[in-house]
Ligand binder design. Structure first.
Ligand code: ZN
Ligand code: ZN
Length: 167
């Protein structure tokens, strides 16, 4: 959990507090199975007092371990996300249920940092845009060992059909 004491900035109408630190993945409640982070997570931003709410603006970045979904190669890549969230004083009227609130001058910024970094992961990870993947016939990584397998006749039912058409 990452909690920021905002007592000081709440005393000033335009007060802000810089956030510049590294956090361990577990401090952001990010498990290895959710997102394998290599090293620590960098947070750069600020919390500012903008009147009736506190505004969190930050950039979250980390090196993450990824695996290509085509060739299964493991590699590390830079991931980053921008976070902008409002925090309302708890008990203030008209605040929606899912809004972030804070109590007793303590703002817990764990959740938005965690979520934005998880959402920054691409749904389909590729080591490179034009990754050739693994040959379904011989199993070679076609980026490294181009093979000349005929992947057009991999489906035996399809092969039988082709045979049929020929005669
Ligand atoms: Zn690949
Ligand atoms: Zn092959």
């Amino acid at each position: 959990m990452i909690k920021i004491n905002v007592a000081e900035i709440r005393r000033h109408l335009t007060g802000n507090k810089l956030l510049q630190f590294d956090a361990k993945p577990e401090e952001l409640d990010i498990a290895e199975t959710e997102l394998p982070i290599a090293g620590t997570v960098r947070i750069d931003g600020e919390i500012s007092n903008v009147g009736d709410v506190l505004l969190l603006q930050a950039r979250v970045s980390a090196r993450v371990n990824r695996m290509c979904s085509r060739c299964l190669k493991e590699f590390t890549a830079d991931s980053a996300a921008e976070v902008v969230e409002k925090y309302y004083p708890s008990g203030s009227p008209g605040v929606e249920n899912d809004a972030y609130v804070y109590e007793a001058d303590i703002v817990d910024i764990t959740e938005p940092l965690r979520e934005s970094l998880l959402l920054a992961e691409p749904l389909r990870v590729l080591c490179k845009e034009d990754c050739l993947g693994i040959c379904p016939v011989c199993g070679a990584d076609r980026n490294v060992h181009p093979c000349s397998c005929d992947t057009g006749t991999i489906d035996p039912r399809l092969a039988a059909l082709k045979q049929f058409i020929k005669y």
